[in-house]
Design a protein around this ligand. Structure first.
Ligand SMILES: *[C@@H]1O[C@H](CO)[C@@H](O)[C@H](O)[C@H]1NC(C)=O
Ligand SMILES: *[C@@H]1O[C@H](CO)[C@@H](O)[C@H](O)[C@H]1NC(C)=O
Ligand SMILES: *[C@@H]1O[C@H](CO)[C@@H](O)[C@H](O)[C@H]1NC(C)=O
Ligand SMILES: *[C@@H]1O[C@H](CO)[C@@H](O)[C@H](O)[C@H]1NC(C)=O
Ligand SMILES: *[C@@H]1O[C@H](CO)[C@@H](O)[C@H](O)[C@H]1NC(C)=O
Ligand SMILES: *[C@@H]1O[C@H](CO)[C@@H](O)[C@H](O)[C@H]1NC(C)=O
Ligand SMILES: *[C@@H]1O[C@H](CO)[C@@H](O)[C@H](O)[C@H]1NC(C)=O
Ligand SMILES: *[C@@H]1O[C@H](CO)[C@@H](O)[C@H](O)[C@H]1NC(C)=O
Ligand SMILES: *[C@@H]1O[C@H](CO)[C@@H](O)[C@H](O)[C@H]1NC(C)=O
Ligand SMILES: *[C@@H]1O[C@H](CO)[C@@H](O)[C@H](O)[C@H]1NC(C)=O
Ligand SMILES: *[C@@H]1O[C@H](CO)[C@@H](O)[C@H](O)[C@H]1NC(C)=O
Length: 857
């Protein structure tokens, strides 16, 4: 009926144009006062092109309102055919902007049955209590029009209301406690209730309209238990409860009364625990079933596979276990998502399945699936997105995947796939992630011809060959991660011209030659990782054109250049890694400019830098002059959460070379070790109070340890070993209570080792090779006169290797936890560097206890 009427009103204006007399004879006459009220209402607002920005179609309906024309024929206005009273006003998406007055003339239209004011811009307006005076109202829609404040209790006077829709920005609108309950109790005719983003902060009453067909309450801060009655409403068609973590949902164990009618059941981030009941098998009308609560458990019950009308099934992020089977009944399925569960077993069911012809989206990532992807799969020709990342799948990637004609997204990362990447038939790929497998061979040409590709992650495989310069044809590419492969040849010159690129990671390959790439003005690069290659020559000057660059990692190459102090002008640069190259000359910056203000990690170690420590540079490190203690939330450098790309970094801290899978913004590191630096340690370093790691070891430094270092209150690792530092260890350093690892070995220190706090935990390896140093833990007694040096730290040279490392850890309860987590990080990143290093370098053996467990991701 409603539809017929609507169509009629839609063609009505055309009829009017055809024949004016036809029109006036049909149209009821609008009462003058109501026309006037509408015109007054119209003049309260301006027409703004942005006021209905959320609408697909918007039209300023009130513009055509003209007092010399019968108001019943105005756009959006509908009258009763006998009385002529305005009974319906539909101004959705009408570009209205302005304050909605509490005394608006609209409230004079007391006969209104339908009122739709959705998707305009009334921002700052309250919902007037006078809405409660529309006693005939059946349908009220105030969604998306930026009303704010309390929803007046008077809304519950609208006892004839059948449809009520109110959407707001989260926390824009709210109920007084219990007013929502009152509303539901009083609106006994209600069919459809849509509240989005309204702060309801209440329970759902047990008694509400039994006519409900739609109940959608996302982001409403409801709490308590969802009444069982909801599931037994015999007309219920859609139930959507999203982002309401305090709302507990328990599914009925018996047949639901809504089972024949229910078409959509979407629960997302609510407190739904327990199993998916067999009773779900009765929901035969269901087309969309999404329960993403992260709390369900058990296996997927057989009866679920009876739901043959299902089009979208999403049980992501639960603890579901067992194999996936019997999907063959789902002939209408277009989206299937079972990711982030504990599902195991193999994917063989795909191979004898010929009914998934409608499937467009398949997401099984983050499970424990094993075995190969079956090779004889047919019938999934409509598949657009396939995600099987982070499982234990192996074998080759079968050719049917590469032949899918409309594939847009392929995510198979973090499995054990081997063999070559074949040429893709699809020309519509937008994201491809095959990283962390054992794939080999060249990067297929067809991948470099994808106009829509914005994310390409192929890192941590065994890919070989060169990087073709046609890669620069991917002109909307944002993330290019080809790291940790066996790619060789040179870096394509054109890469610096890709205007959308944010991440360029070519690290840990065998790339050679000079970096001739010219980074063009206007590029958006935030991350450049070329570390771990065989690159020679100089740091390209055009990097100065990268105003958004946060991470520049050129470590472990053969670059030969002076200190690129001009990089200091990059306003966002946070991580600069030049370690293990052939840089030379003094580290100097000019005194005047505001340089390196954002830098948090600077690693210039293992180069040929000479001269004094760069006092003028330390003065510039503004970001290091604040301690940013973790305030609950972890932030990672350069972490946009873009397509699973995270910035890893090899750091030397606490005597270990670690690969951090992500870099916390609180990770503040200066590493100038293994150069030819000389002179004194400037006391200004004490101003860099955010420092967590300071490594100046293996240089030619002399003079005293500045007492100012005691200001580094969050310092965790201090390595000044293998220099020519003399004098006593400043007593003030005892106040460094965060210090976990101290290495002062192989210097010319004298006097007594300070006592107390962390200093009681360091072992003699922290001090060895300082002949005049005395006190605990060294066996040369401090203050005692006999001065007979006993066997210094006997045995510490003998048992290098893991055994001693573990032994050290065992001695300190929670130390083991961190030890294991380091091993875990290391294994999970397949980066066993420090193991081998530990064998080789004795002073890098674990020196002392690790106090705090800082989880890194
Ligand atoms: C209203 O309609 C009359 C007659 O059709 C026309 O002359 C007049 O310009 C219109 N006024 C507005 C504001 O559109
Ligand atoms: C506006 O209301 C009409 C009639 O109820 C409806 O068909 C249309 O979908 C609505 N438009 C929007 C954008 O909500
Ligand atoms: C509504 O109230 C405002 C002040 O809040 C006043 O300026 C305006 O004239 C009133 N309008 C009507 C129609 O009463
Ligand atoms: C509930 O609805 C009735 C009319 O059915 C009305 O008289 C009463 O005021 C309403 N109660 C509240 C609290 O709105
Ligand atoms: C929601 O409203 C309640 C009280 O009505 C308030 O305590 C709570 O802070 C509000 N929540 C948010 C997120 O604003
Ligand atoms: C719900 O409330 C209505 C009206 O107050 C009443 O007639 C009905 O019996 C109540 N139902 C339940 C289940 O409490
Ligand atoms: C289910 O519907 C039947 C028949 O209408 C009714 O007798 C029964 O009470 C309903 N069950 C629940 C739990 O509402
Ligand atoms: C979630 O549900 C469980 C079991 O029903 C209950 O024990 C727990 O208190 C609920 N949590 C919240 C936050 O309501
Ligand atoms: C599911 O289908 C099977 C086989 O068709 C049937 O035996 C079973 O009763 C059905 N289960 C439900 C709950 O409908
Ligand atoms: C794949 O893994 C399974 C165990 O899950 C193993 O039996 C099989 O040999 C593996 N196949 C290949 C090709 O590695
Ligand atoms: C880089 O440029 C230099 C000088 O222009 C040239 O000799 C060299 O071959 C170029 N290297 C690469 C990798 O293009």
């Amino acid at each position: 009926m409603g539809y017929v009427k609507l169509v009629f009103f839609m063609i009505f204006p055309f009829l009017c144009q055809l024949s004016l007399s036809f029109c006036s004879s049909l149209s009821p006459l609008c009462p003058k006062d109501q026309a006037l009220a509408l015109l007054q209402f119209k003049h309260m607002f301006t027409i703004s092109p942005y006021a209905s920005a959320h609408c697909e179609f918007s039209h300023p309906k009130t513009l055509s309102w003209n007092k010399s024309i019968n108001c019943c024929s105005w756009d959006g206005v509908y009258c009763d055919e006998t009385t002529g009273h305005v009974i319906e006003l539909n101004l959705n998406c009408s570009k209205l902007q302005g304050k909605f007055q509490a005394n608006s003339s609209l409230f004079q239209l007391s006969n209104l049955k339908r009122l739709d004011l959705s998707y305009n811009d009334f921002s700052g307006s309250l919902i007037s209590p006078k809405f409660g005076e529309f006693s005939s109202l059946i349908h009220l829609d105030l969604s998306g029009s930026d009303f704010t404040g309390l929803i007046p209790v008077e809304i519950s006077h609208l006892s004839k209301l059948q449809v009520l829709s109110i959407q707001s920005y989260p926390d824009g609108l709210r109920f007084k406690p219990h007013n929502f309950e009152l509303l539901l109790k009083n609106l006994t005719q209600l069919r459809e209730l849509y509240f989005y983003g309204v702060n309801i902060s209440s329970t759902i009453p047990l008694n509400f309209s039994s006519y409900l067909t739609a109940l959608q309450l996302p982001l409403t801060q409801l709490y308590g238990v969802l009444p069982k009655r909801v599931f037994h409403l015999s007309n219920l068609e859609s139930l959507a409860l999203l982002d309401i973590p305090q709302l507990t949902v328990r599914f009925p164990t018996t047949k639901w009364n809504s089972s024949a009618s229910l078409q959509m059941l979407r629960l997302y981030k609510v407190n739904a625990t327990g199993r998916i009941r067999e009773s779900f098998g009765h929901l035969t009308s269901l087309r969309n079933l999404s329960i993403v609560s992260c709390n369900l458990s058990g296996s997927i019950p057989k009866p679920l596979w009876n739901l043959t009308n299902i089009e979208e099934l999403n049980l992501d992020c639960n603890h579901l276990e067992g194999p996936i089977s019997d999907l063959f009944r789902f002939g209408k399925l277009s989206r299937l998502s079972l990711g982030n569960n504990n599902l195991d077993g193999q994917l063989e069911f795909l191979s004898f399945n010929r009914s998934l012809t409608q499937l467009q989206f398949l997401y099984f990532s983050f499970n424990s699936l094993t075995g190969p992807i079956p090779s004889n799969v047919s019938g999934m020709q409509n598949l657009q997105s396939l995600s099987l990342s982070s499982n234990h799948l192996n074998g080759t990637i079968p050719s049917w995947i590469f032949s899918l004609p409309s594939l847009t997204g392929l995510e198979l990362s973090d499995n054990h796939f081997s063999g070559n990447i074949q040429e893709f038939k699809s020309k519509t790929l937008d994201t491809v992630s095959l990283k962390q497998n054992q794939l080999q061979g060249p990067i297929p040409k067809s991948l470099l011809n994808q106009r829509d590709l914005y994310s390409l992650l192929l890192s941590h495989n065994n890919l070989s060959g060169q990087i073709a310069s046609t890669i620069c044809n991917l002109n909307i590419l944002q993330v290019l991660d080809l790291g940790s492969n066996n790619l060789e040849g040179t870096i394509p010159l054109c890469l610096g011209e890709m205007s959308g690129l944010w991440v360029l990671d070519l690290s840990n390959n065998s790339l050679s030659g000079t970096i001739n790439t010219t980074f063009s003005i206007g590029n958006k690069l935030g991350v450049i990782k070329f570390d771990g290659n065989k690159l020679e020559g100089k740091v390209p000057q055009s990097l100065i054109n990268c105003p958004f660059l946060e991470v520049l990692d050129l470590g472990n190459n053969e670059l030969s250049d002076t200190f690129p102090k001009w990089l200091g002008a990059l306003p966002e640069l946070q991580i600069l890694n030049l370690r293990s190259n052939k840089f030379f000359g003094p580290i100097k910056v000019s005194r005047t400019d505001n340089l390196f203000a954002q830098i948090r990690v600077i690693d210039l170690s293992s180069n040929g830098f000479s001269g004094h420590l760069p006092v003028s540079l330390f003065k510039k490190f503004e970001s290091m002059k604040i301690t940013s203690e973790n305030s609950g939330t972890r932030e990672y450098v350069g972490d946009t959460g873009l397509y699973y790309y995270t910035i890893s970094l090899i750091v030397t801290t606490k005597g270990l070379d670690l690969e951090l899978p992500r870099v916390l913004t609180t990770e503040i590191i200066i590493n100038l070790s293994r150069n030819k630096l000389e002179g004194h340690i400037p006391s200004i370093i004490g101003d860099l109070i955010g420092l967590r790691t300071l490594n100046l070891s293996h240089n030619r430094l002399e003079g005293d340890i500045p007492a100012s270092l005691h200001q580094l209150s969050v310092l965790e690792s201090l390595d000044l070993s293998s220099n020519k530092i003399s004098g006593e260890i400043p007593q003030q350093l005892v106040s460094l209570t965060s210090l976990e690892v101290l290495n002062l070995s192989h210097n010319h220190l004298v006097g007594c080792i300070p006592k107390g706090k962390q200093f009681d935990t360091f072992e003699n390896t922290s001090y060895q090779g300082n002949d005049e140093l005395r006190g605990l833990p060294l066996s040369k007694d401090c203050g005692s006169d006999d001065g007979v040096p006993q066997g210094l730290g006997q045995g510490e040279e003998g048992d290098s290797s893991m055994v001693s490392w573990q032994a050290v850890l065992m001695g300190y309860g929670c130390g083991l936890v961190i030890g294991l987590s380091i091993i875990y990080i290391m294994l999970s990143t397949q980066y066993p560097v420090w193991f081998s290093r530990m064998d080789v370098e004795l002073e890098h053996k674990i020196l002392t206890r690790i106090k705090r467990h800082k989880k890194r991701y």
